[in-house]
Design a protein around this ligand. Sequence first.
Ligand SMILES: Nc1nc(=O)c2c([nH]1)NC[C@@H]1CN(c3ccc(C(=O)N[C@@H](CCC(=O)O)C(=O)O)cc3)C=[N+]21
Length: 362
Amino acid sequence: MASSMIFTDCSSSTASPLIHFNRRSSNTFLLRQCVGQLRLRTTTAPGRGCSLSIRCSSSPNPSNSDSEALAKVIDGKAVAKTVRDEITIEVSRMKESIGVVPGLAVVLVGDRKDSATYVRNKKKACESVGIKSFEVRLGEDSSEEEVLKSVLSFNDDPSVHGILVQLPLPSHMDEQNILNAVSIEKDVDGFHPLNIGRLAMRGREPLFVPCTPKGCIELLHRYNIEIKGKTAVVIGRSNIVGMPAALLLQREDATVTIIHSRTKNPEEITREADIIISAVGQPNMVRGSWIKPGAVLIDVGINPVEDLSAPRGYRLVGDICYEEACKVASAITPVPGGVGPMTIAMLLSNTLTSAKRIHNFQ
Ligand SMILES: Nc1nc(=O)c2c([nH]1)NC[C@@H]1CN(c3ccc(C(=O)N[C@@H](CCC(=O)O)C(=O)O)cc3)C=[N+]21
């Protein structure tokens, strides 16, 4: 399979060479789109002999590497299932009382394998809760006008309550122009500038909140993790994860700092945080030493790294070095099975909310 992978070893303490495959991928590229570009040039610690931004080995202190995990696992897969069950009940209640079935339309442009997989998963998730799904597939070489045309026709279609334009779009298209065309009443991704603007303003309410950051906050809520008055650090400032995650945390009364590729001392700042949300797309970048004891960690990164013993030839790791972090943190999301499944659950939730709002159904 064509994928850009990085050999990453987070469990061994022996130095292994850093090998970086750059077979122009699908997955990593997608994640870069998703979380934005952030490369922290962490310098190699003397005697450690590894690039900290990529490799992640256990603590050199043997007593420490033998210690047990302290952190509670925040089970996104299980919470997503609970959320889907709740949505299923609401969807059927709505259908029974007013005869309306919520509908989600997905516009998929081009033939990226990963995008096709995501779209298939979203469709499956819709089916599992009784939401009707619509799909338009356009070729890689289709024009921006054709994409706009399908967006506009979904805007006018009363059986569609949510519209999602799968990102990334082919490079010859103007993403802003297309996202702006989605009716804000159907913008279940929450990417329309008016929704983001409202999210940023006190006393205003967006119609939709972007799914991944919403999923992060939902996990904190469902695990009864207090946000109010806490210090939070968001690593990454993308439009679709980092920035809205920081805005949401602030709305929940956390004191928020955003770390990005130009931040001078990311490790020191991150070490002050009670809550960390990492969304950068760099495998194992956040090391144990970055984490304040007892912190809560939400790992948005989904990074493929080569693993020849895995069935697919790769496995997925987060931005946070899990083996190190789970010895320091009080709670942590795994990858996979953390934020990813919540993203899709929040998309279904936004679609249900939209259908209820459009039909004035409580
Ligand atoms: N308009 C738009 N909206 C999106 O929300 C959007 C998008 N474009 N483009 C692509 C990204 C990526 N994304 C994911 C959703 C779920 C998982 C997910 O469920 N992952 C599983 C892993 C599944 C596996 O094993 O491959 C997990 O983390 O457990 C991952 C990634 C939504 N995105």
